[in-house]
Ligand binder design. Sequence first.
Ligand code: PLP
Length: 388
Amino acid sequence: MDRIAQRMFGLGTETAFEVLARAKGLEARGRDIIHLEIGEPDFDTPANVVDAGVKALREGWTHYGPSAGQMIAREAIAENFSAERGVQVGPENVVITPGAKPILFYSVLALVNPGDEVIYPDPGFPIYESVISFFGAKPVPLPLREDRQFTFDLADLEARVTDRTRMVIVNSPHNPCGSMLSRGMLEQIAELAERRDFWVLADEIYSRITYEEPHESITQFPGMLDRTIVVDGFSKTYAMTGWRLGYGIVPRDVEPHISRLMTNSNSCTASFTQVAGIEALRGPQDDVDAMVAEFRRRRDRMVEGLNAIEGISCVKPKGAFYVFPNVKELGLRSVELQDRLLEEAGVASLAGTSFGPEGEGYLRFSYANSLENIEKALGLIGNLLQKV
Ligand code: PLP
């Protein structure tokens, strides 16, 4: 008997978790490691949000709730989304899930048929390609270009759209490159979506972590709310990765299907975390502002420090908390460099190829670590590269 179902062999993963495990293994053997591989804020959840969660537990928000989420939390999310994006949505457009990731999974499951094509950014969040393939659709990578500040060429997108294109995934601010799509580009993507009739999955999980210009949502363009699934959540903005609280903004006719997937898989998202989420959205935003200001300082130091190392050049990212330096001049494969940095220099990073073949020749560093550690890491990277 084959113990494992055949479909499991088509399911990918996130190498970030593997590198983290290797780094932890080295630490267990006494090595000092600076963690620049992890995609989560190093800040604590704001105290007012923690207090609201504890209060909610004591008040008895410990039971099952509706699959789409508690109505009061859906209302708070709809209100927040409408105010931030300038697009009117109601609670019936909101489905709350344990983290943002399930929305990616459910959207492809609910909207894409086997054999359909889905266009996604390369390099990009590895879960996109993984779920597209898992559900029998054809993943169609869209290369991001360093000379376009890691956005794509619209002609490249248009050339990939066929009669089988069912969905296009965009992610802005972008993991792993920190790039952002301008209003003008989004408008053209929206126009193409209307003309060629496809779904847009807009992963806006980093929408609050921007430095140069405000985030723009594709939902602002006419007709787009009706053909877009927005992925967002609390993990990054409110440093709540472990609470597992995310949501999708979806068209009304899609909501029952995503909710039914929730009923079949999770039943519902933990009730007390949703109540804490309301406080996150409606309470003071000072902690978010302070975190973003600190990320900006680290980004600036990281970009400056990396560009000062021979053989590395680094575009200044506009959002999220990652840099994606070009290391092609060093003449090593990205994975080799990732391994040598970890084992010889004690700096954990991710090879650009963890995010797709177009990531060859790049590394991803997360600057969700203290300025002091970033400074140390820059020194260690510089020393190692002198030997390469
Ligand atoms: N989308 C992107 C681009 C991400 O980087 C992440 C997390 O790393 C997620 C979605 C998932 O977020 P969550 O932890 O809320 O599931």
